[in-house]
Design a protein around this ligand. Structure first.
Ligand SMILES: [Zn+2]
Length: 151
């Protein structure tokens, strides 16, 4: 069955998603599937994760779970049947996943839903969202009006 990613998702390096690697000891380096030891000297290699971009169609027996988690949408009937989610449930799942991916504290869900914030800065303060009006600085009235028209 097939599902199409609704957002970028990290994955282990594979033939379909090759990732550069480099040996931690000798000068060997390359790009490809998941590699744990250097082909030359058997030392550990450094290799990052692959990014499967939004829109990638994944094929597998478990991809319906990604649909249920709100990470992907069904791309064939088998996946749609197996995921067994209404469009409204899909939207809710995707929304919940976004909140989780942002690491939002439940106490801040309301502020996020209102788009007053869209996440946290490294110091824990809010990253202001489109509807942000509070804070320490004076808000320009005209700017707020403009934002309201855009939304
Ligand atoms: Zn090596």
């Amino acid at each position: 069955m097939k599902a199409r990613l609704l957002r970028d998702m990290t994955a282990w390096p594979s033939a379909a998603f090759p990732v550069p690697w480099e040996c931690s000891v000798c000068p060997a380096a390359g790009e490809g599937s998941l590699l744990t030891t250097c082909p030359g000297c058997q030392s550990p290699v450094r290799q990052g994760k692959a990014i499967q971009p939004k829109g990638t169609v994944l094929d597998g027996q478990d991809v319906f779970r990604l649909v249920q988690m709100g990470i992907a949408e069904a791309a064939d009937d088998e996946c749609r049947r197996r995921a067994n989610r209404t469009p409204a449930q899909m939207v809710a799942a995707s929304h919940a996943y976004t909140r989780t991916a942002l690491g939002l504290h439940p106490e801040d869900f309301a502020a996020y839903e209102a788009q007053e914030m869209i996440g946290y800065n490294p110091d824990g303060s809010f990253i202001p969202g489109p509807a942000f009006t509070g804070g320490d600085e004076e808000v320009d009235e005209e700017e707020v009006d403009e934002q309201d028209h855009e939304n």
